[in-house]
Design a protein around this ligand. Structure first.
Ligand code: GTP
Length: 357
């Protein structure tokens, strides 16, 4: 029997804003609160009763298939459609058209952490009779996002680029419901942006696009700052995920990690499998990937430490991304958006900020 609703998750982006972490793994596969980020989203989709899921892949496509296979471990029937050349968000949706069997297709950006009940978004779509429904969230400061005004009936009236003077605080949350036939209308075989081309063109034709608006938890995990905060929110139970067994409190220490008794782990810190945290170290909102080391007396705040990287003793690492296998010398200070490239060895005592090394 044909499943009435299918999901498509777009995971083909290069994740440039999260480099250098995304050189070795695609963004949705980066470890977040003990699981690849995508596992949290797939678990929410499964929880909503949807089992048929297509992954729209491109960058490092094989990594997804190697990890998830046919999806049975998550109770899903997973299929993969790969773009040899990335086709953008709209092109990626069009590219899976032939793999779609259901009339209603839920589309997710693969880097969004959300708390909205997916079934409610589907209900809104079905009740309004729209051809497309957009999930919108209300945010405190909409200037960093494209914003989406609606009329009194909840119909979308415009799809606006980022502006310093947004007319509404409703932003595009990166989850859409499409009637399958609309996907067939997207131009095939070339790059298309769903935000810049597909939605504005449907609105210009007077087509019915509806909004599902709420104030649920929502975070786009595209930047280091958001990735750190989203990870901490999963650990502390602020962001709901069926893939995190229970709220963990101030920190989550994964199997095989060694943490000195007098180390301090707070702010939703995650210590990856086999990682080592030395005596007197202080980690606040840190994301330490598997196999990494933080030596005695070091301080790591709101930063991501890549696989097998080492932070030397008494170093200070704040708002920084340290690439896989990098070594940060003793007493180094890395501040305000510094990014250390994989394998780089920084000598003791250096100070770096807001720069790539
Ligand atoms: P940045 O390079 O840092 O902007 O990240 P990104 O490449 O992931 O782009 P963005 O955050 O705008 O993408 C939103 C979602 O769409 C992510 O889940 C991406 O994986 C996905 N995506 C972006 N471009 C493509 C594409 O060309 N094809 C497919 N299949 N997915 C894409």
């Amino acid at each position: 029997m044909t499943s009435p609703v299918q999901a498509l998750v777009l995971v083909g982006g290069k994740g440039t804003r999260l480099r250098p972490l995304t050189l070795s793994a695609p963004k949705p596969m980066l470890p977040t609160a003990g699981a690849p980020f995508l596992t949290h989203l797939l678990s929410r989709i499964r929880e909503a009763g949807i089992t048929d899921v297509v992954l729209g892949t491109s960058y490092q496509a094989q990594v997804f298939a190697d990890h998830y296979g046919d999806g049975a471990d998550l109770g899903l029937n997973l299929t993969y459609v790969t773009e040899d050349v990335p086709l953008g968000t709209g092109g990626g949706i069009r590219n899976v058209y032939d793999a779609l069997t259901a009339d209603t297709v839920l589309v997710f950006n693969g880097d969004v952490l959300g708390g909205t009940d997916i079934r409610d978004v589907l209900d809104t779509h079905q009740k309004s009779g729209a051809e497309v429904t957009l999930h919108l969230v209300r945010v405190g400061d909409p200037r960093a996002f494209g914003c989406v005004p609606t009329d009194a009936d909840g119909r979308v009236t415009a799809f606006l680029e980022k502006t310093q003077d947004p007319p509404t605080n409703q932003i595009n949350a990166g989850t859409y419901v499409f009637n399958r036939s609309v996907i067939g209308e997207i131009p095939a075989g070339r790059a298309v942006s769903v935000e810049r081309e597909v939605f504005p063109s449907l609105l210009a034709q007077g087509r019915h696009i509806h909004a599902h608006v709420d104030d649920a938890y929502w975070r786009d995990m595209g930047t280091p700052e958001d990735f750190v905060r989203g990870s901490a929110d999963l650990v502390r139970g602020i962001a709901p995920s069926p893939a995190v067994a229970k709220p963990c409190g101030e920190s989550l220490v994964l199997e095989g990690a060694q943490v000195a008794a007098d180390a301090v782990l707070i702010g939703g810190t995650v210590v990856g499998r086999g990682a080592r945290i030395g005596s007197g170290a202080r980690l606040d909102g840190a994301v330490v990937f598997d196999g990494a080391g933080v030596e005695a007396g070091a301080v790591v705040e709101r930063s991501i430490i890549g696989f097998d990287a080492v932070i030397g003793s008494h170093a200070l690492v704040r708002d920084t991304v340290v690439g896989d296998g990098a070594k940060v010398g003793a007493r180094c200070e890395l501040l305000r958006g510094a990014r250390v490239w994989p394998g780089v060895e920084l000598p003791d005592n250096g100070i770096r900020f807001s720069t790539d090394v």
